[in-house]
Design a protein around this ligand. Structure first.
Ligand SMILES: Nc1ncnc2c1ncn2[C@@H]1O[C@H](COP(=O)(O)OP(=O)(O)O)[C@@H](O)[C@H]1O
Ligand SMILES: [Mg+2]
Length: 387
């Protein structure tokens, strides 16, 4: 088919042509919107899952919904490298200011929000690298400032039957002080019945990271996980975009791609794109599908997987290789890995930490590690161990 018309969109954070199987999550957010209209509140949302399952896509959809309902919101992303904390804060302050401007333009409320914007400006200044002469009202104590600012904005939003949301993707990587400050603010907002929501997405370790930061985090959020799509939803993810442009899958072709993808959204997009480009006829055959799986896998093996593998040092790769063998598709015990590598567990701990910091692996439970990307163990086997 014509590549220009290819509807599939493999890639990090790209909104798919059909956001399949996420009704439940969308309903949770819809609930918050409805509640905001009634000036009541609910718990905020945390989404966790492996890479490539569609967390960012979901967050993008949430922010679109927030936009339609005239919420005040900002979207941002945690960063694993040690971006100076003041830089994170300065950016947040600037983004909040920009969000207020957008909001006040839409709602034609310039005056009412001017003081909030000034507050956000002080926030970014007082915590930024610049020290200014005249002391601003912002205290420079992060918890307090974030709280003051978010609650003030939430109050303003509540009057307009909206809410204030901060969407943070890769929340597990947000600088610890900022995370704590946002959790404190979320806690205070709930106590005061104000519609401020921290909406976060991240790796499966995220819920534990939040609870470690503040034990009450458990009660602040509605936690949900995103994973591979079930057969019906994976089918929709493939067929709906094709049907919109008059194409369809033979049952065999569909089955082949569903099996190869394991229902993982990223893989569905990759194989969908490949079958579209490969097929000559409007009904995709099983032969098209078999070719697409081969092409798609080659794409994944030259992009999705190595982009992660190449981030690791030699020693870290050795660790991951052992992990893939020891785990055999399941989380691997850190003691078993150490044994296999004939090393003391304490010696391997820095390697493990560094892999976690790079987002390549995570700890699903104490004493175990797993890959943050589906199919990584198979890739290592295919590309680096072989037979
Ligand atoms: N519900 C879905 N149905 C179909 N494709 C999806 C869905 N969610 C995401 N995708 C696609 O999967 C890929 C990965 O999505 P992304 O949001 O970047 O995942 P994550 O943030 O979890 O790593 C993108 O190509 C995206 O278009
Ligand atoms: Mg993402």
């Amino acid at each position: 088919m014509e590549p220009e018309l290819n509807p599939y969109r493999p890639g990090a954070g790209l909104l798919p042509p059909e956001l399949a199987g996420r009704e439940e999550h969308l309903n949770h957010f819809e609930q918050l919107i409805i509640r905001a209209k009634h000036r009541t509140i609910d718990r905020a949302l945390i989404i966790s899952g492996l890479r490539g399952v569609g967390k960012t896509a979901l967050m993008t959809r949430f922010s679109q919904m927030a936009d339609q309902h005239r919420w005040i919101y900002i979207t941002t992303e945690g960063q694993a490298n040690d971006t100076a904390a003041h830089e994170v804060r300065r950016r947040l302050g600037a983004e909040i200011q920009a969000a207020l401007v957008r909001f006040s333009l839409k709602a034609r409320l310039d005056d009412a929000l001017r003081h909030l914007s000034a507050l956000a400006g002080q926030f970014s200044l007082s915590l930024g690298p610049v020290t200014i002469e005249s002391k601003p009202a912002a205290t420079g104590l992060l918890d307090l400032d974030v709280e003051t600012l978010t609650l003030a904005i939430a109050k303003e939003a509540q009057v307009r039957e909206a809410a204030f949301a901060i969407f943070v993707d890769e929340l597990q990587d947000l600088d610890h002080d900022m995370l704590t400050a946002l959790l404190v603010a979320q806690h205070k907002a709930q106590q005061q019945n104000l519609p401020f929501y921290l909406i976060g997405a991240g790796l499966p370790s995220l819920p534990a990271i939040l609870t470690n930061a503040k034990s009450y985090a458990e009660r602040l959020f509605r936690y949900s996980t995103v994973g591979p799509l079930n057969e019906q939803h994976a089918t929709e993810a493939l067929t709906v975009p094709a049907e919109k442009v008059g194409c369809s899958y033979s049952p065999d072709a569909l089955a082949t791609i569903l099996t190869a993808s394991g229902g993982y959204p990223y893989f569905l997009q990759e194989y969908g794109k490949a079958i579209w480009d490969f097929a000559d006829e409007k009904t995709f055959t099983d032969l098209d599908a078999l070719a697409a799986v081969e092409i798609g896998r080659e794409q994944l093996d030259s992009g999705f997987f190595p982009s992660r593998w190449l981030r690791a040092s030699d020693r870290e790769r050795e660790y991951m290789t052992t992990m893939s063998v020891v785990g055999a598709g399941k989380p691997a015990s850190t003691t078993a890995i150490a044994k296999d590598m004939s090393a003391a567990p304490s010696k391997l701990s820095p390697i493990r930490q560094s892999l976690i910091a790079k987002g390549l692996i995570y700890a699903p439970e104490r004493g175990f590690v797993d890959f943050s990307v589906p199919g990584m163990a198979d890739y290592i086997d295919r590309a680096w161990i072989g037979d």
